[in-house]
Design a protein around this ligand. Sequence first.
Ligand code: TNX
Length: 697
Amino acid sequence: MTRIPVRCATARPGRRYRRLSRAPAAVVAAAGLACLLTVSACATGAPRPAPSSHPPAATAPPATTAAVAPKPKIVPEPVRVTAGRGRFTLTPRTRIVVPPGSASALAVGRDLAGYLRPATGYPLPVVSGGPQTGAITLVLGRQAGPRADPHGEAYRLDVTPAGATLASRTAHGLYDAVQTLRQMLPPWISSPRPRPGPWSVPAARITDYPRYAYRGVMLDIARHYEPPSAVEQLIGQAAAYKINVLHLHLSDDQGFRLVINGFPRLSKIGGQGSVGTAGRAEDPGGFWTQDQYRAVVADAAAHFITVVPEVDSPGHDNAIIMSEYDDTANPRLHHPQDINCGLHNPPAWDYAEDVGYSAMCPGSRNTWAIMSAIIGQLAGLSPGPWYDVGGDEVPASVLSQPAYASFINTEAGLVRARGKTLMGWADIAGPGTRVPRGSVAEYWQPASGITAQEAVRKGMQVVMAPANHAYLDQKYLAGARGNAPPGLGQTWACPVGCDLDQAYDWDPGGLVAGVTDRNVIGVEGAVWSETLVNLASVDYMTFPRLMALAEVGWSPRTRRSPHSAADASFLRRVAAQGARLMAAGVNFYPSTEVAWRLAAVGAALTAGRHGRLAGPVATVAAPGLAPGAVRATIHWGDGTATRSGVTGRPPSGVVLNSMYTVHGQHKYARPGLYHGTVTVRAPHNSPVTVPFTVRFA
Ligand code: TNX
């Protein structure tokens, strides 16, 4: 068997690139805060005396509800959730208690405080000690948490009206528990600025651990450059769903994105273009310094995310070839033209989406001078266990199978010499390659399982990223059903589109005959960026589909198919994520498979002279809805009411999820603290009523 039929069977039909105009940056949405008060608890009516409280209007709910709390809507779904009675409510006096003497638990405690402080406005001091009433307590140690799971991430989360306890044997497990706790708070907890509470969590006992150790997202910063700040935003967003690997695709035909010492042209020349730009000034590409790369790796590590670096080779290498084939002044190279084994001689820039034309020559010493510098430096900069050589899509018309195999074998030696585990696209398992047992093949072909089976025969572990389930650059809806925005996304693996269900309805351990959970170490969503020009477009394609992959990678095996119980439960839980993403400023695609829910939060206002008020009384998250579809009724708390619309930027282009504001104008007759409500309505949604307060001194 040759490698070619495998590749041809899954060849990606070419598509002429249409340049996207640069879309605006991701919406940093104005956020608001959901109020868990029942409507009766914050009913309209006569003004009450004004208790002074901080932050604004944090009216505690009646401490009565001993009813069984609703099951929290968490993604990925925990292994076991038992609803308890009542709720635990954070207050300005709540403390976060960590075990004495544990730096790693202290760090997680600080993370938790960092997540909760902006929206609550509470100080949330992190102190050491044992479990305390009214506190959020972190417990770390061999006795803590559920019995060890093979991956060491198991945790237990106990919430009662008297407090919350997070327990695990590892700091990573505690961090996972923190992510779960965040999702049990109202969605506005992800707001970057203070919102009124109450901040309450339904009582529950959760026991949880992952199915797979590897739950990744791959970001291609080669086809389109992304600055470190954008990647760090993605890290924060992915970590919230317990993603723990960031695979960085750092080089491809159109761009090389990292400074390599001794080879400055790789970034200076190789980093200056992007797909579709032809190097034009309006999209000049870019590259990271090694310090910037280190900072991203450190930021990822702080989120318990391991970075896997990839410099794709021997194909997808035109940026390297264009940078170095005439680098005659470099003392490490001698007549470097011989690195080019691609179809074009001399090589030329091609900023289209073409693939399969470039290759570096395995027989050139110059090739290995360049590749050893890249592998050596990147391995040194990346503390994780894996180094990814790429290895995909090299037609035999460009490099023969033996030449391809010889390239991979030499690279495997370099990777091993640097103490890393070899990783690559599953093509590297093809005929003739000698890969160490335990190295990792990432399976991407949508149809044939051959490369995954070859990988298993060679004793490799497998990461599952089948393009028709896990390629997050594929359009959600395509063909006749195609929807906005044009130019965004590909269709080669998903001719009619791959909506959220396609990312959810599959089983990594049951997709390819003979490739089971004995071989599969996890899943990865691949964000290829030929059509994704900025973080807003990356987010749009990534969310909510990454949530599906996170659940497939974390939650226990179950029957996931259209209309299955698992599917219905997932869609219900995703619906609760809409406002959460919006409050955090994360753009996403409001898939029509999800019954997104309206959410709103009231404001704490002060009336001006003579009791006059004009301003925003509530913020509304209405995933996928235009402002004209949302209506509001304001009850001012003095017996009067006004009808109103909402204002805000309507969905446009890639950016779909602006939050809306309910503005109101009113005049109060007498001083006091008024408790009003805003009721928000939209088609196919139940009305949502939230309180707001107005102080008229
Ligand atoms: C396939 S699958 C690729 C990438 C493209 C992507 C577009 C694989 C390992 N390579 O080079 O960017 O499809 O969907």
